[in-house]
Every structure is written in structure tokens, then in C-alpha cells.
Design a protein around this ligand. Structure first.
Ligand SMILES: O=c1ccn([C@@H]2O[C@H](COP(=O)(O)O)[C@@H](O)[C@H]2O)c(=O)[nH]1
Length: 271
């Protein structure tokens, strides 16, 4: 099953546009896991098991695993997801961008080594830097367009012949790079006007990965109004820290599940 087929099926079966981000910060581990050699795997596995009923997929952020020397635990986690939750896509947030020869190795890493369904990449090096990922024809390639951080405006809002750069990227991806039909775009929930402009520019079929609700303060109602397609889907709305490190009575996994369910319900109330 291709990434897009899997994502469409997950949107329907889970009745959710929520994607839970797996950003395991060693300084924020629950006491019961502190000091354990596989703490990162155990933490993420318990988050996955607690929140899976409420999500359309999971987005591991590779930096948190690499910084801790925990690539092996990321391999184990992706294998666990593929085995236990084969209906939920794995979007590996790696934001890769390099010349073609090196990109070939990165593509092997994300799709071959980790077995991800999709990867995030930077458009900055242009078409030949993205081509090696597209050779994996059934996998998703999600290109940074209008990122959620304030500094993204430094380049992404630059005008190019009267068109802001982020809309050039949206047009390039939708109309030139998307040869496999498996491409998507990253657009932050913190920029709802630009999210609406991207949705209008690319039409209904391109999926948008939308980080920025939760810890970054993006508004769920505005995000749904701006980014949903005509089918009331079209987005993977990511939340990481607000779910991973949720506070509440009971076990920490119950707090994570409760915030994930509430976030899923908030999204559904507005789409
Ligand atoms: O524009 C972008 C692209 C990626 N991210 C990533 O999403 C999560 C957000 O985490 P929160 O804790 O929900 O803020 C994180 O992995 C980022 O690297 C993004 O925030 N913005």
C-alpha cells in the first residue's frame, strides 16, 4: 500500500486528522524510565499504545533519537509500529536536503533502514535533491513550504516576481515534482492565512503536514478552516510536546491519551 493510500485509509478508519509527534527528550522522561538503556523506545512505545486509537499516524522526529545515540531504538520503534499498527503511516521528520548522491543515501536511511512511509525534506537544493526520494515510488515525500517557526518568514516570504517563495514551493511540488502522486507539503498551523493560500493553490488532493498546534499555540479552529480539503480531510495535524508531556491525574500515559483524545475531538468539531 502506498503512503497516500495508507493515509486516506487511516483518516477514514480513525476518524482523526491528529498525528502524534514522537520527540523523546531524555531530560523529560518519566521517573520510572529514567536511566533505562531503552528508555526512549519504552517511552515512545507507551505513548503509541496509549494514543493510537485517536490518531491518523505518528511522526518520529529523528533529531531526538540521533542526539541520544538512539538510532537503534528508532529502528525498533518503526518495526514495532509496522507490526502492531500497520494501518497507521510513519512520517519520519528528518528535513533532509543535499545533493543527489547524498540524498540517495538519506533515502535509503529513511525508507530502507527505518521503513518509514514518508519523510520530510527541504526544497532548498531543488529538484535533483528530491529525486532520489521519489525513486521510492510508493513512499511519501513531504516538502517544507511555510514552516511553523517565526524565522521561516526570513526566506519563505521573500517575493519572487510578485509571488512569495513558499507559494512557489507549493506550485513546484504540486505541479512538477509530484510525479509519483505521493508528495505533500509542510505548512505550520501558526500561519493560518498562508495555510489557506497553500490549500487554495494546490487543490484538494495534496496532503499537508501541519505542525504548530499545542506547544506552539496554533489555533485548531483556524487550522481546520484554512487547511481542510472538500472531503474534510487533507491534513496531518501534528502535536508533540503537548501530548508527550501532558500533566494530569493518574499515570502519565493516561494524561497523554486524554490530551490526544481531546485534541482529536477539537479537530473533529471544527472540520
Ligand atoms: O515547520 C515545522 C516543521 C516541523 N516541525 C516539527 O513538528 C514538531 C512540533 O512539535 P511540538 O512539540 O508540537 O511543537 C517538532 O518535531 C518539530 O521539529 C515544526 O514544529 N514546524
Amino acid at each position: 500500500m502506498s503512503f497516500i493510500q495508507k493515509l486516506n485509509a487511516a483518516w477514514a478508519s480513525s476518524d482523526s486528522l491528529l498525528m502524534v509527534g514522537l520527540d523523546p527528550d531524555l531530560t523529560r522522561m518519566p521517573d520510572e524510565l529514567k536511566g533505562k538503556p531503552d528508555a526512549i523506545f519504552q517511552f515512545c512505545k507507551q505513548v503509541i499504545d496509549a494514543t493510537a486509537p485517536f490518531v491518523c499516524g505518528f511522526k518520529p522526529q529523528i533529531a531526538y533519537f540521533a542526539a541520544a545515540g538512539a538510532e537503534g531504538q528508532l529502528e525498533d520503534l518503526c518495526a514495532y509500529l509496522r507490526e502492531q499498527y500497520p494501518h497507521l503511516p510513519i512520517v519520519l521528520d528528518a528535513k533532509r536536503g543535499d545533493i543527489g548522491a547524498t540524498a540517495t543515501q538519506y533515502a535509503q536511511e529513511v525508507f530502507g533502514r527505518y521503513g518509514a512511509d514518508a519523510v520530510t525534506v527541504s526544497p532548498y537544493l531543488g529538484a535533483d535533491s528530491v529525486e532520489p526520494y521519489l525513486e521510492w515510488e510508493d513512499r511519501g515525500v513531504i516538502v517544507l513550504c511555510r514552516t511553523s517557526n517565526p524565522g521561516g518568514s526570513d526566506l519563505q516570504f521573500l517575493m519572487t516576481d510578485g509571488v512569495p517563495l513558499y507559494l512557489r514551493v507549493a506550485d513546484l511540488v504540486a505541479n512538477k515534482w509530484n510525479k509519483t502522486g505521493q508528495c505533500g507539503l509542510v505548512v505550520g498551523a501558526t500561519f493560518p492565512n498562508e495555510l489557506a493560500a497553500v490549500r487554495q493553490a494546490v487543490g484538494d488532493s495534496l496532503p499537508l503536514l501541519v505542525p504548530g498546534i499545542g506547544a506552539q499555540g496554533g489555533d485548531i479552529a483556524a487550522t481546520c478552516a484554512a487547511g481542510c480539503n472538500a472531503q474534510k480531510t487533507g491534513m496531518m495535524i501534528n502535536s508533540s510536546r503537548a501530548i508527550l508531556y501532558a500533566q494530569g491525574a493518574g499515570h502519565w500515559t493516561e494524561a497523554a491519551a486524554s490530551v490526544a483524545k481531546q485534541t482529536r475531538d477539537d479537530i473533529n468539531a471544527h472540520r
